[in-house]
Design a protein around this ligand. Structure first.
Ligand SMILES: [Zn+2]
Length: 456
């Protein structure tokens, strides 16, 4: 299969230029002005940007919380992903108590069989002991070079000493660990306080997890990494103060990677008072204008490394599990389809970042940190042909009904966005045409190398 993309503007982190792109046998064959070559398919990309396929560093598909399972599985989640320009998702395979990492990996491979985008797995670990450590080398051999730990959630939380030890053990092997940073004890105490006051609706959620709850967790992780001498990756950074902790740690020489999510540059904490406020219950919670400005500033100054969605969707019926108690609302929202258009609208069109920085944030840095570069995250000869043709002139409204995800709500419902993923080439095949998924189930497992650790 040969595809020739004509007349587009090729956008890379290093600059943009008008060029044609020739694809053959799943790889990029040539990038040059005015390519005249035979092709099975010629795509006119005049007026469009051409990006390396976007990478979502943070999804939770088919995640069983015990009380309920996410609305999206890999089948629906990756359809939504690819139609929105995400050609690779990194999902969290989750080693629950009583499971091995091998069990979790096998289970996630099964879950992901019907995927329409490429996919890789981070390994989220709920236990850190000799038995789990004995599995780590096998994870690397299976293409898993990134892990995750939580400071919160009873089913997942580990202690600071375990994070410290894991950073050393996994860091030594060329891996990185993402950590969900919040102060568990304080937020539990604050949940009890709000409940004691009879404050049970979703507006209590952000009160229990204010800025300092995240910033303390981030500060602690920074110091743990300083002590271990290995890198830290802060997942879903949402606050101005948290970002300041990252910056301060870097000044001390700590190697830190920071991820944020579209909800932290687009949505306001006041939304919890909406009639459907439960759909915004996610952790960290939505923040204030000053936090959004700070996160955008972090993106502009390249202090934020990449953007994942933390897609973890639930229907309104599932959200109603907490209708009388906000702390029982399943945490998370749907976002995997809308990341590119949200970042384009709220960060590029507002002048906060350039198109080149969008390429950096949406794919290149993720590919580097997570051991996929330059096969992924790059528009180069020899790279995998995962390519997004993005139409900057489109204007549309986000509606859950037209999204491909399987849940009956979207945190972004009714928002007007600029730009749209028009076509997607995945593994050298045209899978999305004019916004429609024409070839589902072409996703492949992405075997990942050790981390490039570009901030080392
Ligand atoms: Zn998450």
């Amino acid at each position: 299969m040969r595809i020739l993309i004509k007349n587009g503007m090729v956008v890379r982190s290093t600059g943009r230029k008008k060029a044609d792109v020739l694809i053959k046998d799943g790889k990029i064959k040539r990038i040059a002005p005015e390519i005249d070559a035979k092709a099975d398919r010629v795509i006119d990309a005049a007026g469009c940007y051409i990006f390396a396929g976007f990478i979502d560093t943070h999804t939770h598909f088919d995640l069983d919380l015990g009380v309920t399972v996410t609305a999206d599985n890999f089948e629906t989640g990756t359809k939504a992903a690819v139609v929105g320009g995400t050609t690779t998702v990194l999902d969290f395979a989750t080693q629950d108590h009583g499971m091995t990492m091998h069990d979790a990996l096998e289970l996630w491979h099964k879950k992901a069989e019907k995927s329409s985008s490429n996919y890789g797995f981070h390994m989220a670990v709920s236990e850190w002991n000799d038995a789990r450590k004995a599995e780590v080398d096998d994870m690397f051999k299976a293409g898993v070079s990134s892990f995750k730990m939580y400071m919160v959630y009873d089913a997942m939380k580990v202690n600071d000493g375990q994070i410290y030890d894991a950073q050393k053990f996994i860091g030594e092997r060329g891996g990185v660990i993402g950590v969900h940073c919040e102060n568990y004890d304080v937020l539990q105490a604050r949940i009890a306080e709000e409940k004691a006051k009879g404050h049970m609706d979703p507006t209590a959620h952000p009160v229990t997890r204010p800025q300092a709850v995240e910033a303390e967790g981030v500060a602690r992780l920074m110091r743990i990494a300083e002590l271990s001498g290995y890198p830290a990756w802060v997942v879903h950074l949402s606050t101005a103060d948290g970002l300041e902790e990252v910056r301060a740690a870097r000044k001390r020489g700590v190697e830190v990677y920071a991820e944020t999510c579209p909800q932290y540059i687009t949505l306001d904490v006041k939304r919890y008072a909406d009639p459907d406020g439960a759909k915004f219950v996610m952790s960290p919670p939505l923040r204030e204008a000053k936090d959004r400005a700070a996160i955008l500033d972090g993106m502009k100054k390249k202090d934020i490394d990449f953007i994942g969605t933390d897609h973890c969707s639930f229907t309104m019926a599932q959200k109603a599990l907490g209708k009388d108690d906000f702390s029982k609302i399943p945490n998370g929202g749907a976002g995997v389809q809308n990341r590119a258009e949200l970042v384009y609208t709220y960060a590029v069109k507002t002048g906060a970042i350039t198109l080149e920085q969008m390429a950096l944030l949406m794919s290149e840095r993720a590919a580097r940190l997570f051991g996929m570069f330059p096969e992924k995250g790059a528009l180069r000869v020899g790279s995998d042909a995962d390519i997004v043709i993005f139409d900057p002139d489109d204007k549309h409204t986000i509606l859950w009904k037209t999204n491909l995800h399987a849940c009956d709500n979207s945190p972004y419902e009714g928002m007007e966005v600029l730009g749209r993923t028009r076509d997607v080439v995945l593994n050298g095949e045209l899978v999305v045409e004019n916004g429609t998924l024409v070839k589902p189930y072409c996703g492949k497992y992405v075997f990942r190398k050790p981390s490039e650790r570009y901030r080392k």
